[in-house]
Ligand binder design. Structure first.
Ligand code: PSU
Ligand code: MN
Length: 299
C-alpha cells in the first residue's frame, strides 16, 4: 500500500489519524455532493486536530491518505469497483480502481496502524436475510480487526436487532454516545439499546485502550446519533424504506447492488432529505471520531 507523507509522519509521531472509506464517495452519494462531502469531512477532522486518511484502491494499490484530486476522481469516475474483503485480491491482480467498503477499509486501516475510522452507517444483516443470507462482510471484519468504527449505527434499510445479535456473536463492543439506543442512521433511535452509553470521547478512548491492553482482538463500534435538527423521524423514513425495498425486489436487485440502489431511491422518494441527513451525520461522526482519536493518543 501507499501511505501519504502526511499520514505516515503523523503515525510515526503518535499523532491522531482518522481513516475514511471511499464506497460512500463512489457508491453512496451522487456527484458532486459526494466529493464536497468527502472534502468537508477531511476538513472537519483537520480542524479538530487530527489527520484524515481517505482510503481507496488505485490501479490495484491501496492508498492511505488520498489527495484532493484522487478524491475528486473517486467521485466522478464510472465503473469503480465496490470492494468488500473478498474483492481485494481481484482488484489487486487486475490493477483496478476500487472503492473500499467498511470491511475492506478496516483491513487497510489496521495494516497501516490506524485505530479510528469514521463512516456514515455500517452494513449489517439485511431484512429478509433468513431467505437471502445477505449479511454484510462489515460485521465479520468488525469482529476481526483492531479498529474502532464511528458511525450513526447501522443503515435503517437493515434489520437492526439481527445486526446487533451478529455484532454480539462477533464480539464487537457497541458503545453509544449519550443515547440509550443504537442509532438507525437517519434516526436517533432504533428501539434497541447499545451495550453501553458513554459520555465523552475520553471515556470511549479508555474502553478502546482496555480492549487493546487485554489483547482482545477485534473492533469497537461507536454509534453516534445524528443531531436532532436534521435527524429524520423513524415513522417518516420507514414508509420510504419499505417502498424502496419493494421496488428493489420487483427489479431483482441483489447482493452488492442493493445498498447503493436503496440509498439512491430513498433520496429520490424523500426529495433529497435523506441525502442531506446522510451528509450531515457523516460530518458529525467526523467530529466525534477525531476527538476519540485525540483522546486515545493522549492515553
Ligand atoms: N455509510 C454511508 N453510505 C455508504 C456506506 C456507509 O453513509 O454507502 C457503505 C459502506 O462502505 C458500507 C457499505 O460498508 O455501505 C455496505 O454495503 P453492503 O450492504 O453491500 O455490505
Ligand atoms: Mn450484502
Amino acid at each position: 500500500m501507499r501511505i501519504s507523507k502526511k499520514v505516515e509522519k503523523a503515525l510515526k509521531e503518535g499523532r491522531p489519524v482518522v481513516a475514511l472509506e471511499s464506497t460512500i464517495i463512489s457508491h453512496g452519494m451522487p456527484y458532486p455532493l459526494n466529493v464536497e462531502t468527502a472534502l468537508k469531512v477531511e476538513e472537519t477532522i483537520s480542524k479538530e486536530g487530527a489527520v484524515p486518511a481517505t482510503i481507496g484502491i488505485i490501479d490495484g494499490e491501496a492508498v492511505v491518505g488520498m489527495s484532493k484530486e484522487e478524491i475528486e476522481e473517486f467521485g466522478k469516475r464510472k465503473g469503480i469497483y465496490k470492494v468488500s474483503y473478498r474483492d481485494i485480491p481481484i482488484v489487486k491482480a487486475t490493477k483496478a480502481w476500487g472503492a473500499t467498503t467498511v470491511s475492506a477499509t478496516m483491513v487497510v486501516a489496521e495494516k497501516a496502524g490506524i485505530e479510528v475510522f469514521v463512516t456514515g452507517g455500517i452494513g449489517g444483516v439485511h431484512r429478509g436475510a433468513e431467505l437471502t443470507f445477505d449479511v454484510s462482510r462489515d460485521l465479520k471484519e468488525l469482529g476481526l480487526r483492531n479498529v474502532t468504527v464511528v458511525c450513526a449505527g447501522a443503515k435503517a434499510i437493515l434489520d437492526i436487532p439481527k445486526t446487533l445479535e451478529v455484532l454480539e456473536t462477533e464480539g464487537v463492543s457497541v458503545l453509544s454516545y449519550r443515547e440509550r439506543d443504537f442509532a438507525s442512521f437517519y434516526s436517533r433511535d432504533s428501539g434497541y439499546p447499545a451495550d453501553y452509553v458513554f459520555a465523552s470521547p475520553e471515556e470511549a478512548a479508555a474502553i478502546i485502550k482496555a480492549k487493546r491492553d487485554l489483547g482482545l482482538r477485534g473492533g469497537i463500534l461507536i454509534s453516534n446519533p445524528p443531531e436532532e435538527e436534521y435527524a429524520l423521524p423513524k415513522d417518516y423514513i420507514e414508509g420510504y424504506i419499505k417502498e424502496a425495498l419493494k421496488e428493489a425486489g420487483e427489479q431483482g436487485i441483489r447482493g452488492k447492488d442493493i445498498t447503493p440502489y436503496l440509498l439512491k431511491r430513498i433520496t429520490e422518494l424523500t426529495g433529497g432529505k435523506s441525502l442531506d441527513t446522510n451528509i450531515r451525520l457523516v460530518i458529525n461522526n467526523a467530529v466525534l471520531g477525531a476527538r476519540i482519536a485525540k483522546a486515545l493518543t493522549e492515553l
